[in-house]
Design a protein around this ligand. Structure first.
Ligand code: ZN
Length: 185
């Protein structure tokens, strides 16, 4: 498949899957802005692997647009057919198990990130950068400063296990981390 063709197919597929969703922030921004921002962050820092960029566009479709085992299985099959094994595996690597309690999922992200593939690690860093920026610029309703700071600190612990593949991306995470804490404290 041609590079741009695959990227736009992923973008269209993701936009359709997320079409009724908005981000958690008070701005009610369409959900698709988030995967676009994650993909763009990777491109901005020199990543040009089509499967990585397409995976970034699709990274939340399994976690956020399915309910239950059967839907996860069906959607995985569809992603495999449409986009191939690399992209399916990367998307599944960054998909939390929603049957687990939130705190357990958070603990597992810290524990499992060092074992992820290179693609999934870069995606994780870009995802956490975008989530931190959203929390600072368009915070979810009712989040206290402490809760925001706790999220940012947890994100840093996850990113610790993903660093070392793209130094500019690592440095950008650090910059966003420090600036965000400065704004909040
Ligand atoms: Zn995400």
């Amino acid at each position: 498949m041609e590079k741009l063709d695959k990227i736009f197919k992923a973008l269209e597929f993701s936009a359709n899957r997320h079409k009724y969703q908005t981000r958690k922030g008070i701005g009610k921004i369409p959900y698709i802005n988030h995967p676009i921002q994650v993909a763009k962050t990777l491109v901005d820092f020199g990543e040009d692997d089509t499967d990585l960029i397409a995976s970034a566009l699709l990274h939340d479709v399994v976690e956020d647009t399915t309910q239950g085992e059967k839907q996860i299985k069906d959607l995985s099959e569809l992603i495999l057919q449409m986009f191939g094994e690399n992209i399916l595996l990367t998307v599944l690597e960054v998909t939390d198990n929603k049957t687990l309690p939130v705190e357990e999922r958070k603990r597992l992200q810290v524990q499992l990130t060092p074992k992820l593939s290179d693609r999934a690690k870069k995606l994780k860093i870009a995802d956490k950068i975008c989530n931190i920026l959203d929390i600072v610029n368009d915070p979810p309703e009712g989040w206290s400063e402490d809760r925001k700071i706790a999220y940012i600190d947890w994100a840093k612990r996850v990113v610790e296990g993903a660093r070392g593949l793209n130094h500019d991306l690592d440095n950008y995470f650090d910059e966003v981390y420090h600036q965000s804490l400065q704004k909040l404290e």
